[in-house]
Design a protein around this ligand. Structure first.
Ligand code: ADP
Ligand code: MG
Length: 365
């Protein structure tokens, strides 16, 4: 299965009503769902470029519609042992945080709180349907990558080590060494933790907006299903990437230059990884940035969804084109759909006997 790449065009904000709109969603044929993004050539306005995606969501798409169409169906797979990765890519101001985190009002909630709400609901249902024989535990990690350093957002900023947390490969996956994890019982629990950690992100920053658009934020939801001595673990990761704009064009301060070199580098490495994978290269330059090591595009087992956020404005023209170029190539990346293996608390046993007890355990063979 490939990486699923979808584009979402945000609506104009109130203050933008008099601005020039140049990006639109289109379908291959009238009446078909949108799968194309159209944008004029910067050199010749009469010429229009088309980019194809698995799906395109226009400005009228609600948070609920996006979640239902792109994420809800993967929750079952998550409980069947597949890892699910969702990441938002795009220029600063195009709606990445709106898509992933969203607003506080129910209707404005983004993908992350909706994902958690669904995970808790399904977990409770499984426990009920198995008369408590299967228990479902949910634990969160939340961290950011800033200047190619990993910082735990569940810890207060004063506990940060300046060099950040190291990465290590374990069972073919990249793990952050020393990252904390908090058990979460329900949505209220999650929201308390999430709001608190987002504050950690803010207080550690010199300038709120500048900081959050320059770091990658990664939320990891670990779901552990236990039936007797069998344990099945899977994770859903939701990633709000740093802005993909060309920072060299806009920044000049010294600190900003260090930052933008690091952001430009990790996003540049990401685009190189995407190119290398889509060309079928043997060597993929994952290891050249922490973000790409963690994202491990095309190396992860499971389901990966890339959401390209777009602002329809002319003022974003060149950066929009560059993000369209990168993301439309990402569609060609294959992701192996392999479940995480069930592990046993005490030594191995014949797997088939109890597998059925774990939801969907044997169903996907
Ligand atoms: P980014 O995280 O990519 O920098 P934001 O999510 O902060 O962008 O979005 C920029 C602005 O646009 C915010 O004010 C946000 O509320 C608004 N916005 C983004 N997407 C939408 C949307 N789909 N509907 C309404 N407002 C949106
Ligand atoms: Mg943001």
């Amino acid at each position: 299965m490939s990486v699923r790449v979808v584009a979402r065009i945000r609506p104009l904000l109130e203050k933008e009503h008099d601005k020039d709109v140049i990006v639109r969603a289109d379908s291959v044929e009238d009446g078909k769902p949108f799968t194309m993004v159209k944008i004029p050539s910067p050199k010749n306005e009469a010429e229009e470029f088309s980019f194809a995606f698995n799906s395109v969501y226009d400005q009228s798409t609600t948070q609920e519609q996006l979640f239902t169409a792109e994420v809800a169906s993967h929750i079952k797979a998550l409980f069947q042992g597949l890892d699910v990765t969702l990441f938002a890519y795009g220029v600063t101001g195009t709606g990445k945080t709106h898509t992933m985190r969203g607003g506080l009002k129910l209707a404005e909630r983004g993908v992350i709180p909706r994902l958690l709400s669904n995970v808790f609901r399904r977990g409770k249902k499984i426990a009920k349907d198995t008369n408590g024989e299967t228990t479902v535990d949910v634990a969160l990690s939340y961290y950011e990558i800033y200047n190619d350093k990993v910082f735990d957002l569940l810890e207060p900023p004063e506990k940060r080590t300046p060099s950040g947390l190291p990465l290590r490969e374990k069972d073919g996956k990249t793990v952050v060494v020393g990252l904390s994890e908090r058990a979460c019982e329900d949505l209220k629990d999650f929201e308390r933790l999430y709001i608190e950690s987002n504050m950690n992100r803010v207080t550690a920053a010199t300038k709120l907006n500048a900081h959050s658009s320059r770091s990658h934020a990664i939320l990891r939801v670990k779901v552990t299903q236990t039936t007797g001595d069998m344990v099945r673990e899977s994770t859903a990761s939701a990633i709000d990437l740093a802005g993909s704009e060309d920072n060299r064009r806009t920044e000049n301060g010294k600190e900003r230059l260090v930052e933008s070199a690091a952001i430009n580098k990790s996003l540049f490495v990401l685009s190189q990884c995407i190119d290398a994978i889509s060309r079928g290269d043997k060597r993929i330059p994952y290891r050249e940035s922490k973000m790409t090591r963690i994202l491990s595009l095309g190396q992860n087992n499971g389901i990966t969804i890339m959401i390209l956020n777009l602002a329809p404005l002319r003022s974003y023209h060149l950066d929009t084109l560059s993000s369209l170029n990168v993301s439309s190539r990402a569609k060609r990346i294959e992701v192996r759909e392999i479940e995480n293996e069930v592990v046993y608390k005490q030594g191995p046993r014949t797997a088939s006997a109890n597998l059925g007890l774990l939801q969907g355990g044997a169903a996907r063979q």
